[in-house]
Design a protein around this ligand. Structure first.
Ligand SMILES: C[S@@+](CC[C@H](N)C(=O)[O-])C[C@H]1O[C@@H](n2cnc3c(N)ncnc32)[C@H](O)[C@@H]1O
Length: 228
């Protein structure tokens, strides 16, 4: 059977390349090349990238329930790309809970994507980082929240980074993370989440199946992981 994704590969040349990436250098090159048209492509009905808005809402729901302090929440947008997630957080926060203030930092492999993110004005700082290794420049317990959208996916970043997210969260903080659904088990993400749970490091507050790249019929797991 020919899948919907295959049918429209010609309409989505960058996306097709993105899911065939075989290493960090290839990923950096692709996203540097895609940066100028990424936002436009992802908003097009052929892509319909609904993951950032859904994940931003999930993170804000967690803090809306859990946060009583008015001091800014320290948030890391891991694999921030062009800043669609930072912009979604800025847009949704006043409506969801006007008491919530955020300082958002972003990291990404691609300087081209970070240059676009800088123009959103949503971020306090933006740095290059390779999330396939350890994020050693970030100290333990630095952030109240981590948000990571569209990065734990085919050809991108593996499950090891979930341990890093747990390390750099404060107790009581949370990570709102998407994982491409068809590699949730085969890619080892489920095993790492279960391991962190067994070790008493996290509690799985949410694990739901959602549309991600709706125009390409791609689904995601949307996880909200509380740091214990
Ligand atoms: C599909 S985009 C998602 C960007 C953004 N989070 C969004 O929702 O639009 C994937 C992002 O992951 C970044 N990326 C890929 N491999 C990476 C790695 N090893 N370390 C850090 N970022 C990486 C890419 O540069 C790209 O910006």
């Amino acid at each position: 059977m020919v899948t919907n994704t295959t049918n429209h590969e010609a309409d989505r040349p960058f996306l097709t390349r993105a899911y065939k990436l075989s290493g960090v250098d290839e990923a950096r090159d692709l996203y540097n090349e895609w940066a100028a048209t990424y936002d436009q492509d992802l908003a097009d009905p052929s892509h319909d990238w609904v993951a950032p808005a859904l994940t931003a809402a999930a993170l804000l729901d967690f803090f809306s329930d859990a946060n009583s302090s008015e001091t800014p929440l320290q948030i890391l947008d891991a694999g921030c790309g062009t800043g669609i997630v930072g912009a979604a957080l800025a847009l949704q926060t006043p409506a969801r809970d006007p008491k919530i203030n955020t300082d958002i930092d972003g990291i990404d492999l691609s300087t081209g994507m970070l240059d676009v993110a800088r123009k959103t004005g949503a971020y306090r700082r933006l740095d290059t980082a390779d999330m396939s290794g350890s994020l050693e420049s970030i100290e333990d317990g630095s952030y109240d929240g981590v948000i990571c959208v569209g990065v734990l996916t085919q050809g991108h970043v593996g499950p090891g980074v979930l341990r890093e997210f747990s390390r750099l969260l404060k107790t009581g903080g949370c990570a709102a993370v998407t994982v491409r659904e068809d590699i949730w088990e085969s890619g080892g993400y489920k095993t790492v989440v279960e391991g962190l749970e067994k070790e008493g490091k996290i509690k799985v507050v949410r694990n739901t199946s959602e549309d991600s790249l709706r125009g390409a019929s791609i689904k995601m797991k949307l996880l909200v992981l509380e740091r214990l």
